[in-house]
Design a protein around this ligand. Structure first.
Ligand SMILES: Nc1ncnc2c1ncn2[C@@H]1O[C@H](COP(=O)(O)OP(=O)(O)OP(=O)(O)O)[C@@H](O)[C@H]1O
Length: 594
């Protein structure tokens, strides 16, 4: 298609030349007017072909751009899902680059696909210009052809340089664009809607969005004004080109060195050469799209190698069904978030015996969640080692290890799927085990409300779908717990629970340990909770301070030791008993809080 279109300018010039010659002959009476039919038909064919080829080329470009962009997005998804670890998902550079690869920005399509088809269009545009220059050279003058090509290509090079600079400025401000976009979302929809309304934040959010938007675009606008101001260079060059193209053939015709009939085709061909001067949409597509390609390259360079293949299903099941739960050992474990100055976990040593129930407690922000993410293989240690059954967890083993872990995080997912799928998703290969789903739901205290849903276990859990329904915070938490239990029932041997009772009612919280933790058989349990009544029956309680273990032991041992844990426990118990912190070990009156 593009090949055909590249030929059209030169062919049109030649057809016009043919038509002019035949017209001259027929007007002078040397031939009949019928001889003009041939060139006229050719011109009609060329015009029609140009229209058809333009339409077909547009469709083809869309197809190619779609394929290239889909491939780029698949690549980004693969990097994002790369099973090695998840620190990159919390890194702003990764988020900026991932957004840059496939997003439209301010209505400007800036994708790798657009760059690819732009490149294609440019090649054929240049070919068309050279074809037209050949016609000028053949029919009139090599010198004019060269002048026109040089002027047009210089114009193009200048424009390109300026617009590349502008595209770079845009790319450097990607983070600001995402910030402006966030406030657009908050202003128009999303989960922030409740607070925006209740706190009367509309005006503030709109002003904030305007402020962020202006911080993003003001520099871009100023650069663009600079580019537009420099256009007089282009106007000068265009003037030189246009004058040469119009005047020289006309003068030659006047002097008689160019036949009158050749003037028109030379002018048409000269215009064809000149048409390459302005950048054209394809140049913007290339420059903006190349920003996306560079972002893709950065992502691949930073994260491509760390992506290890996802373990084959057979391997995973074989490992997950091993009967004996793992021994987990942390040796001098250090973890620091990317770009953070201080380590959250700093030189921690810990051994979790197979089948042990270990509780992690400590103040907000001491690193409990971070530690379990490292243990679960979601973050790689910055230093030190994590060993499972004596072997370091790294490389392909990391993916296998993660498939042995079942979790309930504080920000557990609420999938807009059926209740059964929400439970079975932790071990999707057992989706058909409805009895297992029901058992897990019953143990998590979710069965009673699921059975009351309009379609029972097949009810879609979102109010955003026809026939779907939403759940309360506590009900969602029970679903998340059921999901983890289902995973353990199907072979996962480490159960990690981060604040699993945060949304539960008093009764459910009181029953939690007895009903869920004590019932877990054949798995090691790591439990985080600020409600010390939930963890007091754990085999061992570890109090974290400053990224290290401050104390550890059973509830009884720690109460006798009478240090940090005992102080926290008494404080909480006193809130229930009303004794103002005087509760002693023997009273253990937290039970009274149930
Ligand atoms: N993605 C992140 N990037 C940088 N720092 C982080 C990130 N996530 C957490 N942190 C920091 O790590 C520290 C420990 O956070 P973490 O969530 O592990 O604490 P926690 O003990 O689980 O707290 P809480 O009891 O409130 O849940 C905090 O100071 C927090 O600011």
């Amino acid at each position: 298609m593009h090949c055909g279109r590249a030929v059209v300018p030169a062919a049109t010039a030649l057809a016009i030349g043919w038509l002019a010659a035949e017209l001259t002959d027929s007007v002078s009476g040397r031939q009949s007017a019928a001889v003009t039919v041939g060139p006229l038909v050719l011109m009609c064919v060329l015009l029609a072909a140009d229209e058809v080829l333009t339409a077909l080329a547009g469709a083809m470009e869309q197809y190619i751009a779609g394929r290239v962009d889909a491939r780029a997005r698949r690549h980004v998804r693969r990097l994002a899902l790369a099973p090695q670890e998840m620190a990159h998902l919390e890194d702003s550079q990764f988020a900026d680059d991932a957004a840059r690869v496939s997003e439209d920005s301010g209505g400007v399509p800036r994708s790798p696909g657009m760059a690819a088809v732009g490149q294609l269009r440019l090649v054929f545009r240049v070919a068309a210009a050279f074809g037209a220059a050949a016609v000028v050279a053949w029919m009139f003058s090599w010198a004019l052809a060269l002048v026109l090509l040089t002027t047009s290509l210089t114009m193009r090079a200048l424009l390109r340089r300026w617009w590349i600079h502008l595209a770079t400025v845009r790319d450097e401000r990607e983070g600001l664009r995402r910030r402006a976009e966030y406030w657009t979302e908050v202003a128009s929809a999303g989960s922030a809607g409740k607070e925006v309304r209740l706190f009367g934040l509309h005006g503030w959010v709109v002003r904030r969005r305007t402020h962020e938007f202006l911080s993003w675009v003001e520099v871009i606008w100023s650069e663009r004004r600079g580019v537009l101001r420099r256009q007089w260079w282009i106007a000068g060059l265009a003037g030189i080109g246009a004058c040469s193209a119009l005047l020289l053939p006309a003068l030659a015709a006047v002097r008689g060195t160019l036949p009158a009939g050749d003037v028109m085709p030379v002018l048409v061909a000269a215009w064809g050469v000149f048409a390459i001067g302005p950048m054209g949409q394809e140049a913007f597509d290339i420059e903006y799209g190349l920003g996306a390609v560079r972002a893709l390259d950065r992502l691949t360079a930073a994260h491509g190698r760390s992506a290890v293949p996802i373990a084959a299903e057979g391997d995973v099941k074989a490992k997950a069904n091993d009967a004996v739960p793992a021994e987990i050992r942390a040796e001098g474990l250090v973890f620091r978030y990317p770009r953070a100055e201080e380590a959250v976990v700093s030189g921690l040593d810990l051994i979790v015996s197979p089948g042990e129930v270990l509780a992690l407690v400590g103040e907000n922000g001491v690193g409990k969640t971070t530690l379990i993410k490292v243990i679960a293989g979601l973050h790689l240690p910055t230093a030190g080692r994590l060993l499972v059954d004596g072997s370091p967890v790294e490389g392909p083993d990391l993916a296998l290890w993660r498939r042995r872990v079942a979790t309930v995080f504080q920000d557990f997912n609420q999938y807009p799927l059926s209740a059964a799928d929400n439970v079975a998703l932790a071990a999707p290969e057992y989706r058909d085990d409805l009895q297992g789903v029901r058992t897990a739901a019953r143990r998590a205290g979710a069965a009673s409300f699921i059975e009351r849903l309009p379609h029972g276990y097949e009810t879609v859990l979102t109010s955003g779908r026809t026939g779907g329904t939403d759940l309360s915070g506590g009900q969602w938490q029970r679903i998340a717990i059921a999901r983890a239990i289902f995973a353990v029932e199907h072979g996962r041997d480490v159960l990690i629970l981060d604040e699993p009772t945060a949304h539960l009612d008093v009764e459910a919280e009181a029953r939690f340990y007895r009903q869920i933790i004590a019932e877990v058989s054949g798995a090691t349990v790591l439990l985080i909770s600020h409600r010390l009544s939930t963890v007091r029956n754990a085999d061992r309680i570890v109090l974290l301070e400053d990224g290290r273990i401050a104390e550890q032991g059973s509830h009884h041992e720690l109460m006798i030791r009478d240090r940090g844990y005992a102080r926290l426990f008494r404080l909480q118990a006193a809130r229930f008993s009303g004794k103002g912190g005087q509760t002693d070990v023997t009273t253990e009156s937290v039970e009274a809080g149930r």
